[in-house]
Design a binder for this molecule. Structure first.
Ligand SMILES: *Cc1c(COP(=O)(O)O)cnc(C)c1O
Length: 354
């Protein structure tokens, strides 16, 4: 596919690595591509970052037909730029597309244009410890039409945002609240797709958790409200005795790439890891018997997020003495060392950009 590149003449000032937060600064260029029934995906182009003019009747705005992804580009000590398992993000984007009736993108084209955009913006990839360039691909329904059906036109775009260290104040455990009042997703719904509706649906529970002093919500399954699913925008792991456990993918859990990487590393190291159903009762019981050693979240933003406290109904349990456990630390180090090129990549997870 032909890619046209139009460079901006007004480069923005680059931020200071130390002042980076998350998601509010964007680079000078973006990738755009359009879909129509007669042409398929066409007009692939890199051009100056700019607002998109939308007809007020644009279907995405009314019915939420859209899918997105999130991954990061890392700068190594040698100064090269690399991506972590981007093919997995593109495959998941296409699985989300199928669920939302959006035409899939060619996986090779998507990876190639992503690499070209990042290479063009290489000076935006920060170099301070634990910083990165966040990559946000998204596809939205573009028909100006108020009937409910799948759109016949789409826009696929990719924007880039330099982001700071997630653990600016140190690698500290978070407190999470198990909600019995709301559910995030149900089997057969859109929980396993990265689609905006899931995030809108989670906001109220998140606000109530914050008001009660908790960082995130730990979701139970939407059918029986009995089995643990995931946390906010992370998957969840439990160390029970000598077993590393994560809820099995059941159709309502988002299949995280960090989750998959933790499971694959555990297997590579010959450790006991299970993807299985785990109920909130089993978790509370494991705590009472002293078998619950660690709990941690896994997702692109934080990589590994240790959990120090969980509240369920009227009970609050403290895990690993509210300290970071050795298992959480081990996975955090192993994955980030691969991402930043500080360690060998035995699993073949890295894709070089420059
Ligand atoms: C993106 C996301 C995750 C984590 O996926 P990664 O690929 O590891 O970043 C987990 N849960 C939800 C709801 C998500 O949106």
């Amino acid at each position: 596919m032909e890619l046209t590149i139009k460079r901006t003449e007004n480069l923005k000032p680059k931020p200071d690595d130390a002042s980076l937060g998350f998601g509010s600064l964007f680079t000078d260029h973006m990738f755009n591509m359009d879909y129509s029934l007669d042409k398929g995906w066409h007009s692939a182009r890199i051009e100056p970052y700019a607002p998109i003019a939308l007809d007020p009747a644009t279907m995405f705005l009314h019915y939420g037909q859209g899918v997105f992804e999130g991954l990061k580009a890392y700068r190594t000590e040698a100064g090269n730029i690399q991506l972590f398992r981007p093919q997995e993000n593109i495959k998941r984007l296409n699985r989300s597309c199928r669920r939302l009736c959006i035409p899939e993108v060619d996986e090779n084209v998507a990876l190639d244009v992503m690499k070209q955009l990042i290479a063009l913006e290489k000076d935006w990839v920060p170099s301070a410890a634990e910083t990165s360039l966040y990559v946000r691909p998204i596809i939205i329904a573009m028909d100006p039409f108020l009937g409910v059906r799948a759109s016949q036109t789409y826009r696929f775009y990719i924007i880039l945002s330099p982001v700071g260290a997630y653990y600016a104040e140190g690698f500290n455990p978070v407190k999470i609240l198990v909600t019995s009042d709301y559910v995030r997703a149900v089997r057969g719904g859109v929980g396993e797709a990265k689609t905006p509706a899931n995030y809108a649906a989670s906001l109220l529970a998140g606000e109530e958790a914050h008001a009660a002093g908790y960082t995130q919500v730990l979701w139970l399954d939407g059918v029986e409200q009995k089995y643990l699913e995931e946390v906010g925008s992370m998957n969840i792991f439990f160390v029970i005795g000598d077993e590393l456990v994560t809820p099995e993918l059941n159709g309502s859990i988002l299949p995280g790439i960090t989750r998959k990487s933790v499971v694959e590393l555990a297997k590579h190291w010959g450790e006991k890891v299970s993807e299985r159903k785990i109920s909130i009762d089993e978790l509370m019981q494991a705590h009472r018997s002293g078998d619950l050693k660690e709990v941690f979240g896994a997702g692109t933003a934080a990589v590994i997020s240790p959990v120090g406290q969980i509240k369920y109904r009227d009970e609050v349990i403290t895990i690993t003495d509210n300290q970071v456990g050795p298992i959480a630390k081990k996975y955090y180090k192993a994955i980030t060392d691969i991402q930043y090129g500080k360690a060998e990549d035995p699993m073949g997870w890295i894709v070089a950009v420059t």
